[in-house]
Design a protein around this ligand. Structure first.
Ligand code: UT7
Length: 325
């Protein structure tokens, strides 16, 4: 029988823009308070890209860190995938722009758009390429400048989001790595969380509400909590595992209350859940890889441990990955 090929994480990286915007800063521009934001979301501050910084700039910095940790050079990559909802250009893809920046010349490169679930989708696609032998070393990035599609006059959304990038290098290996990925979508929820206009929708509009994120937060919240709990069960069952087999939850960082509800269902202690939402806010596709990178670099996540990554976002889309690190 052929030996199974796994996707093993050999490097991670992350990048946050320098500019910090605190809840107190936001109190000055919309009717809100630090107390409300902390209590309802767990967010204390977020990072915002400089005017001349793009998603690709953030992705490049995170990718360089990941390449360094993996101790490989960019020419060795044979696939580059960027998950983003905020690309630099309509085309070429941010992945193509990133490929040139990194000095890679012929690896296939493409973007994936699944909003907050984008990184998990990208990881799932990369894992299929590795398992089928189509790729051996893959760069998977989640990068966003959500501040560009934020309505800074809408308190329902502007307090929730931030900018950043996270990157992972996967390598084909006979040692365990990604055990399984699970991705889903249900487009009927389109209008609960969306940016109403895009490049093909006419008439073109200058209306800020059409060009920025709109969310029915409490309705999204309810579906997110239920869906994340069911995808955690689906993932464990698919691998013949139980809750107690998990060492870490590396969740999408949208809201501390959503994260804690998932952790509680999984009977995980607080110190088994990676939290960055307090400092990063919701960075959409960048949130899971940045959280993973932090916990690997500070030594919390150790080789041999079992990690559950999960995310939920616009679409709705949702997904998970079970990983032996
Ligand atoms: O990453 C993609 C997935 N996204 C998510 O998972 C986000 C899911 N949703 C959430 O995280 C939460 O629903 C929010 C944090 C967005 C909102 O929290 P909530 O506890 O669901 O509050 P709510 O939307 O039910 O609003 C409660 C009140 C409302 O006032 P009234 O109608 O009760 O008078 C809002 O107008 O809070 C008000 N409110 C605010 N007050 C102060 C809404 N935003 C703010 C704000 N500051 N920034």
């Amino acid at each position: 029988m052929n030996q199974r090929i796994y996707s093993r994480i050999i490097g991670t990286g992350g990048y946050l823009p320098e500019k910090v915007v605190t809840n107190f800063d936001l109190e000055k521009i919309v009717e809100t308070s630090d107390a409300w934001i902390r209590e309802r979301t767990g967010i204390e501050e977020r990072r915002i890209a400089a005017d001349d910084q793009t998603t690709c700039d953030l992705a490049e910095k995170a990718s360089i860190e990941a390449l360094k940790m993996a101790a490989i050079n960019s020419q060795e990559l044979d696939l580059i995938i960027v998950a983003t909802t905020t690309p630099d250009k309509t085309f070429p893809s941010t992945a193509c722009l990133l490929q040139t920046r990194l000095g890679n010349r012929c690896a296939p490169a493409f973007d994936i758009q699944a909003v907050c679930t984008g990184f998990v989708y990208a990881l799932s696609v990369a894992d299929q390429f590795i398992q089928t032998g189509m790729a051996k070393k893959v760069l998977v990035v989640g990068a966003e400048t959500l501040s560009r599609i934020t309505n800074w006059e809408d308190r329902n959304t502007c307090v929730l989001f931030g900018d950043g990038a996270g990157a992972v290098i996967l390598e084909a290996s006979t040692k365990p790595g990604i055990l399984s990925t699970h991705i889903h979508a249900d487009g009927q929820y389109e209008e609960l969380l969306h940016v109403p206009s895009g490049v093909s929708k006419r008439p073109l509009t200058d209306d800020i509400a059409e060009r920025t994120m709109s969310m029915k937060g409490n309705e999204v919240f309810k579906v997110a909590v239920n869906t994340l709990s069911s995808i955690a069960s689906e993932t464990l069952e698919a691998n013949g595992m139980v809750k107690e087999d998990l060492d870490w939850l590396v969740p999408h960082q949208a809201n501390m209350r959503i994260i804690m509800a998932t952790a509680k269902k999984l009977k995980l202690r607080d110190d088994q859940t990676v939290i960055t939402v307090n400092k990063h806010a919701n960075t959409s596709s960048a949130s899971v890889p940045m959280a993973l990178n932090e916990a690997i670099r500070d030594g919390r996540i150790q080789r041999g441990q079992t990690l559950l990554l999960e995310a939920f976002g616009g679409g709705f889309t949702w997904g998970s990955a079970l990983i032996k690190y």
